[in-house]
Design a protein around this ligand. Structure first.
Ligand code: WTA
Length: 650
C-alpha cells in the first residue's frame, strides 16, 4: 500500500480484512459466535469446560449486585491448569517458557521443567509456613523465577501480589503493608540497559516501616540475578538457590474454590492510595484462557511473545495464566528494547521465529521514531498476528505496525481491557472481524459493553459517552482487597446497575467502539496507570511544597505525560534546581514511571470561591489550548498568569 492510499483509507475509515488463508485456518471462523455470547450464562458455562476441574460447578453465576460469584461449587487450581494437565499429553516436552536475558543469556523450560521448578518452590513456601489464603509479595524483574513464584503461590493457594520492579521502596512498602504479606520474593538486582537496579536494597528500605498486623514479612527470599552485593539478614533472608536445594519436586495442587482469591494486583485510582484489585481462581482462569485462545488465534505450534512486564495485569493474564493454561510456548524478555541496539525486539522475533506479538502503542510509537531500518534489517516473516494493548492506538501508529512489522499480512488485534476486568473485553476476533485502525472494534462474545450519557442511558450511534459494562463477566474483580465499600463506590456508584470503567468512548455507524481515554483522575503514561492524587501527594510531601495539582497532557510517544502545577510555601523562591529536586522526589516516593515531564512552580493555584483547585483549567493550559469557563474562579489573575508564562515557554 502506498503512503498516499493509506492516508486516504484512514480518512474513509476503510476496513482491513484478514488474509483469506488466515480466516480459513482461524480458531474462530463463525461470525455467529457473538450471538452465542448473548446468553451470558450459557456461553460461559460452555467455556468453563475448557479447564480441568477437581469438582465441577453447581451454579454458573450467583449475582448479588455488585458482588458476583462465578462457577459456584467448582474446585480447581490455576497452576494445575497451567502445568500438570499438559503433562498428560504431547505437551510434556514442549517449550513452555523461552527466556531471553538482557545480556543475551537464554533458558528454556519445558512444561515438565516448569512443573518441577514450581512444585519445588511451592514446597519452599510451605516450609516457611505459607498457607492457603496468605499473601506473598513478588518484587522481581522479568525472569523465569518470577513466573515460577507466581505459579508456586497459586499451587498452594496463597495469593501473590506482584509489585512492578520499577516501583520505589516507598511504593513497595504501601503494597506490602496493605496486603500484609507473609513473605517477599525478590532478586539482588535487575538488569536495565546494562545497569543493575537494586531490588533487594529497596526491600530492605521498605520493610522497617511496614506496620504489621499479623505475621507479616517473616521471610525474604532472594533470587541471585545480577550478583551485586546484598545484605542478608540472618533468620529472615534466604537465598532462593539454597532454599530449593534438595527440596521435593512433588507438591500436590491445592483444590481451591472457584471464588477463592488467586492474586491481588495494585492499581492507581482516583485517590492517593492504590487499590488492591482481587481476582479469583475460577472466573479469572476461564476468562483469560478463552480470550487468549480466541483473540490470539492460538495454534499448537505458535511462538507467542507478550512484551508486557509481569508487574502489570497484561503480564499476569497474557504472559502467564492465559498462554500457559492453553499450553502455549511463551517468549519472555528481560530487558529494554534498545539494548544493546534498537533492533533488539526484531532480533528476538527473528531468533525464536515468533508468530504472535503482543505489545503497546507507546512501544510502537518509539519504534516509529527510531525508523523502519531496524525492523527491516531483520527477518520478521514468522509473524502472523499482532496485538496492541494499554492505551488507544492512534491510526498512524496502527498503520506503521501493520506495514513495517506485519508486512500487511498480519491482522492487528487492538484489545481494550483493564486491571479490573482481568481479561480482554473488546477486541477483534482476527479471523472474522474487519479491522479499523484506532478502534478496538466490538465486545468479546459473552461481554456486554455500552456507552451511556450522564443519566446512564445508552447514547445513539455516532455519539460519545461513558464506557460501562452492563452485565457481570467471569474475570471481573471480586473486590478491592479488604475494602468492599471502596469496590462498590469506585465501580458501581456512578450509574446504578452498571460497572463504570473510567473511560470515555464513541460508537460509530458500524457499532465499532473508539475508546478515547480516561475521564477520571487517572493518567495513562506509556500504558502505565498513574493516579494524579498519588503524584500530588508525593509532591506535597516535599517540605517546600504548599499544594500540587497534576493533569495529563498529550505526549507524542508516551500517549500522555504528567504535568504538575506546584505552589510553594511562603518564603520559598522559585528556581530551576527545585524543579529537578521535586521530580527526584516523585521518583523516590513512587518510581520513575511517575516522574512529571513538566513542573510549573508558582505562588498560587487557580481555585473556585469554595477553594477547590480547578484542574479542568489546568488541563487546558497543559494542552496549550484556550482556557474554558472561568466564571467560578475566585481570582482570574492566577489562571491568566499561569497561561501567559507557560505559553511563553513553548
Ligand atoms: C486504557 C491495561 C484504548 C484504558 C490492560 C483503560 C486502552 C486503562 C486500551 C486500563 C485500548 C487499555 N484502547 N485504551 N486497547 N487498553 N486502555 O488497568 O483507559 O493498566 O481504562 O490495564 O488503559 O489500564 P490497566
Amino acid at each position: 500500500m502506498t503512503e498516499e492510499r493509506s492516508a486516504r483509507s484512514l480518512e474513509e475509515k476503510e476496513m482491513f480484512f484478514p488474509p483469506k488463508e488466515f480466516s480459513s485456518n482461524a480458531v474462530i471462523q463463525n461470525s455467529e459466535i457473538h450471538e452465542l455470547g448473548q446468553d451470558r450464562n450459557e456461553f460461559w458455562n460452555e467455556q468453563g469446560k475448557r479447564l480441568d476441574w477437581f469438582k465441577s460447578w453447581d451454579t454458573i453465576l450467583e449475582w448479588n449486585y455488585p458482588f458476583a460469584k462465578w462457577y459456584v461449587g467448582g474446585k480447581l487450581n490455576a497452576a494445575y491448569n497451567c502445568l500438570d494437565r499438559h503433562l498428560k499429553g504431547a505437551r510434556r516436552n514442549k517449550a513452555a517458557l523461552i527466556f531471553e536475558g538482557e545480556q543475551g543469556d537464554r533458558r528454556v523450560f519445558t512444561y515438565q521443567d516448569l512443573l518441577r521448578e514450581v512444585s519445588q518452590f511451592a514446597n519452599v513456601l510451605k516450609s516457611l509456613e505459607v498457607e492457603k489464603g496468605d499473601r506473598v509479595t513478588i518484587y522481581m524483574p522479568m525472569i523465569p523465577e518470577t513466573v515460577i513464584a507466581m505459579l508456586a503461590c497459586a499451587r498452594i493457594g496463597a495469593a501473590h501480589c506482584v509489585v512492578f520492579g520499577g516501583f520505589s521502596a516507598e511504593a513497595l512498602k504501601d503494597r506490602i503493608q496493605d496486603s500484609q504479606s507473609k513473605v517477599v520474593v525478590t532478586t539482588d538486582g535487575s538488569y536495565r540497559r546494562g545497569n543493575s537496579i537494586p531490588l533487594k536494597a529497596n526491600v530492605d528500605r521498605a520493610l522497617p516501616s511496614v506496620t504489621c498486623i499479623n505475621n507479616c514479612v517473616e521471610n525474604v527470599i532472594v533470587v541471585k540475578r545480577t550478583g551485586q552485593p546484598v545484605d542478608m539478614i540472618e533468620g529472615r533472608d534466604i537465598w532462593y538457590h539454597e532454599a530449593v536445594e534438595n527440596v521435593s519436586i512433588v507438591c500436590p495442587a491445592e483444590a481451591m474454590e472457584a471464588d477463592d482469591m488467586l492474586f491481588i494486583l495494585y492499581t492507581s485510582g482516583t485517590t492517593g492510595k492504590p487499590k488492591g484489585v482481587v481476582h479469583t481462581v475460577g472466573g479469572y482462569m476461564v476468562g483469560v484462557s478463552t480470550t487468549h485462545e480466541w483473540v490470539f488465534d492460538l495454534k499448537e505450534e505458535d511462538v507467542y511473545w507478550c512484551t508486557a512486564d509481569v508487574g502489570w495485569i497484561t503480564g499476569h493474564s497474557y504472559l502467564v495464566y492465559g498462554p500457559l493454561s492453553n499450553g502455549a510456548t511463551v517468549v519472555m524478555y528481560e530487558g529494554a528494547p534498545d539494548y544493546p541496539e534498537k533492533d533488539r525486539y526484531w532480533k528476538i522475533v527473528e531468533k525464536y521465529r515468533v508468530t504472535i506479538l503482543y505489545t503497546a502503542p507507546t512501544a510502537i510509537r518509539t519504534f516509529m521514531k527510531w525508523g523502519e531500518s531496524y525492523p527491516s534489517g531483520r527477518d520478521l516473516s514468522s509473524l502472523r498476528l499482532l496485538g496492541s494493548v494499554g492505551e488507544p492506538i492512534n491510526p498512524e501508529a496502527w498503520m506503521w505496525y501493520y506495514k513495517h512489522i506485519g508486512r500487511e499480512q498480519c491482522p492487528i488485534v487492538d484489545t481494550w481491557w483493564q486491571t479490573e476486568t482481568g481479561m480482554i473485553m473488546m477486541t477483534p476476533l482476527p479471523g472474522i472481524t474487519p479491522l479499523k485502525p484506532g478502534s478496538c472494534t466490538i465486545p468479546f462474545p459473552g461481554v456486554h459493553i455500552e456507552i451511556v450519557d450522564h443519566a446512564g442511558d445508552p447514547v445513539p450511534k455516532g455519539k460519545s459517552g461513558y464506557l460501562v459494562v452492563r452485565e457481570p463477566w467471569p474475570a471481573m474483580l471480586k473486590t478491592v482487597y479488604g475494602d468492599d465499600k471502596r469496590y462498590e463506590d469506585t465501580y458501581w456508584s456512578q450509574f446504578k446497575g452498571l460497572y463504570f470503567t473510567g473511560d470515555e468512548a464513541k460508537w460509530d455507524e458500524d457499532s465499532y467502539f473508539w475508546v478515547t481515554g480516561r475521564v477520571d483522575d487517572v493518567i495513562n503514561v506509556s500504558g502505565h496507570r498513574i493516579g494524579t492524587a498519588e503524584v500530588e501527594s508525593a509532591l506535597a510531601d516535599h517540605p517546600f511544597v504548599a499544594e500540587a495539582a497534576c493533569v495529563g497532557r498529550t505526549h507524542e510517544v508516551k500517549g500522555q505525560a504528567v504535568f504538575a502545577f506546584v505552589s510553594l510555601k511562603e518564603g520559598i523562591a522559585v528556581n530551576d534546581e527545585l524543579v529537578d529536586e521535586l521530580k527526584a522526589h516523585v521518583v523516590l516516593k513512587i518510581g520513575s514511571l511517575a516522574r512529571p515531564d513538566d513542573i510549573f512552580l508558582s505562588t498560587e493555584l487557580p481555585k473556585t470561591r469554595s477553594g477547590k483547585i480547578m484542574r479542568r483549567l489546568l488541563k487546558d493550559i497543559a494542552e496549550g489550548r484556550e482556557i474554558g469557563d472561568t466564571s467560578t474562579l475566585a481570582d482570574v489573575g492566577v489562571i491568566n498568569f499561569l497561561k501567559e508564562n507557560i505559553d511563553a515557554r513553548r
